[in-house]
Write a protein that binds this ligand. Sequence first.
Ligand SMILES: NC(=O)c1ccc[n+]([C@@H]2O[C@H](COP(=O)([O-])OP(=O)(O)OC[C@H]3O[C@@H](n4cnc5c(N)ncnc54)[C@H](O)[C@@H]3O)[C@@H](O)[C@H]2O)c1
Length: 260
Amino acid sequence: MGRLAGKVAIITGAAKGLGEADARMFVREGARVILTDVDSANGERVAAELGEMAEYRHLDVRHDAEWRALVDDVVARHGKLDILVNNAGVVELGDIETQTEKDYRFIMAVSADGTWFGCQHAVRVMKENNGGAGGGSIINMASIASVQGESAVAAYCAAKGAVEGLTRAVAVHCARQGYNIRCNSIHPAGILTPMVIEVGRQAALMRGAEEALNGGPITKLGEPDDIAYTVVFLASDESKFINGAAIRVDDAKSVIAGNA
Ligand SMILES: NC(=O)c1ccc[n+]([C@@H]2O[C@H](COP(=O)([O-])OP(=O)(O)OC[C@H]3O[C@@H](n4cnc5c(N)ncnc54)[C@H](O)[C@@H]3O)[C@@H](O)[C@H]2O)c1
């Protein structure tokens, strides 16, 4: 039996990159998966490839009303929500002197606001699971940008710091309320996805890819499944005593001396 058998999951930003890898692994592990994104062409394609245990729904995570409609629809049709992966995120290059307010607001809206709305709506319905006893797992995709100073992506650092702090607040609230809802953050670095390819391309144009990502040498890139294995673990009951944790999956990039 799959490690996520019988569970219902929503994954944001699932049309490509890490979210797509999560969705593929979730279905292999027996979950029913609602892939969401703003890139509907890719989202529909991936969901179709995954078969009857997967479906695609448009969700722009910046909008509270879209969240409410989606979560209510999932509970109405599938009876519950067990897992939320707040994965959607965007990055634009810019340090504290050069990043525009427009980019700052955009990055914060997707990562910080989007994760905020997702947590609010997930807690609202997960606390009703199991006949009111509650139950669920929320996984927030942060970054090592929240734990080290990545000067070339200042707004991204701010957004991921918000995600990390919110994760702890949600975890403690749910533990105190006895909701049986866990909330943890994952902090990846250097995983080969469309985002990293695009940042690398922009950086190469500006100053050189190595410098722009985190000011130090990129030793090697990870694969999306390196993150998906951790997401599946946190989504499964195997991690039932892990709550409020910030888990780095970065091949030591955030702890190598001189790498920040
Ligand atoms: N790849 C890495 O090395 C890395 C490192 C640290 C953190 N992360 C984080 O992991 C997450 C996934 O990153 P990725 O590398 O797969 O990026 P990606 O750009 O390859 O994929 C992100 C997905 O999010 C979607 N998205 C963008 N704005 C959205 C919105 N408003 N609403 C819904 N969906 C939206 C995009 O359409 C895309 O499908 C992000 O939060 C990112 O910050 C990635």
